[in-house]
Write a new protein. Structure first.
Length: 245
């Protein structure tokens, strides 16, 4: 079967998928095929994302990828989607979480929109004083740390991330917060085509399901933190696509 080596249109992607995922992965490994990751996954998952068995299988495969990595002595990392290419976030774990989307959306909105802004400000002010050396060692400028200490301002290019999402029993306690660089790390953790995000998207409010969730390292308040070996590494897209085979 003839295929386009760099498929972009829906028709070209449909022709490519007729080869089967095993063949697509082989062509990618042999550099005989190039893919726009977002375009390919968007087309491929159009008919798969509501298939609970398929999405649960991708969550299981991602957990197996993590387990094999740790058992192979490579150290913990999360394999995550980003539209510019897949990343391994060193120091992250991938955990099987019994996820339940909060049925009480009023309470969720209160925590997210009314409680969190004040909590975030106070937390940033505290860590700017107590953990200034760690923040500076992670590459945050001294002037940004001083602004955090005086006003609770989020450093430019960063987000305050909930380790366990507020939508799943997470809370605004200090222990559940970490400062994360927005791009690529924070955006990659929330990448829409991550198996966990696909599983969460299937859940109705109040419904429960197992999710493979990327969890930041517990011993740092900022990510990335190269001084501790915690950084994002670009990995071949084919390694991520194997999860969907």
């Amino acid at each position: 079967m003839h295929f386009i080596s760099y498929p972009r249109t829906a028709a070209e992607l449909a022709t490519l998928l007729q080869l089967g995922m095993d063949e697509i992965l082989r062509l990618l490994r042999e550099n005989k095929l190039r893919l726009n990751l977002r375009g390919f996954l968007g087309y491929f998952l159009k008919s798969q994302k509501h298939d609970r068995a398929f999405v649960s299988g991708t969550n299981d495969k991602l957990l197996a990828w993590f387990q094999a990595r740790v058992e192979g002595g490579q150290g913990p990392a999360a394999l995550v989607y980003h539209h510019t290419g897949v990343r391994a976030l060193h120091g992250f774990t991938i955990e099987r979480v019994d996820y339940c989307r909060k049925a009480d959306r009023t309470e969720y909105t209160r925590q997210r929109e009314r409680e969190f802004p004040a909590v975030r400000k106070a937390w940033l002010m505290r860590i700017a004083v107590a953990d200034a050396a760690e923040l500076e060692g992670a590459g945050i400028l001294r002037r940004e740390i001083d602004a955090m200490a005086s006003t609770g301002k989020v450093p430019e290019g960063y987000q305050v991330h909930h380790r366990l999402p507020l939508d799943d029993g997470g809370n605004n306690a200090d222990a559940n917060l970490i400062l994360m660089r927005d791009d690529v790390e924070h955006r990659a953790v929330h990448g829409y085509y991550n198996p966990g995000e696909q599983r969460i998207d299937q859940l109705k409010y109040g419904e429960q399901g197992e999710v493979a969730l990327p969890m930041p390292p517990a011993d740092t308040i900022v990510y990335p933190n190269p001084a501790m070996g915690y950084a994002a590494e670009r990995v071949p897209n084919v390694e991520f696509l194997e999860i969907f085979n």
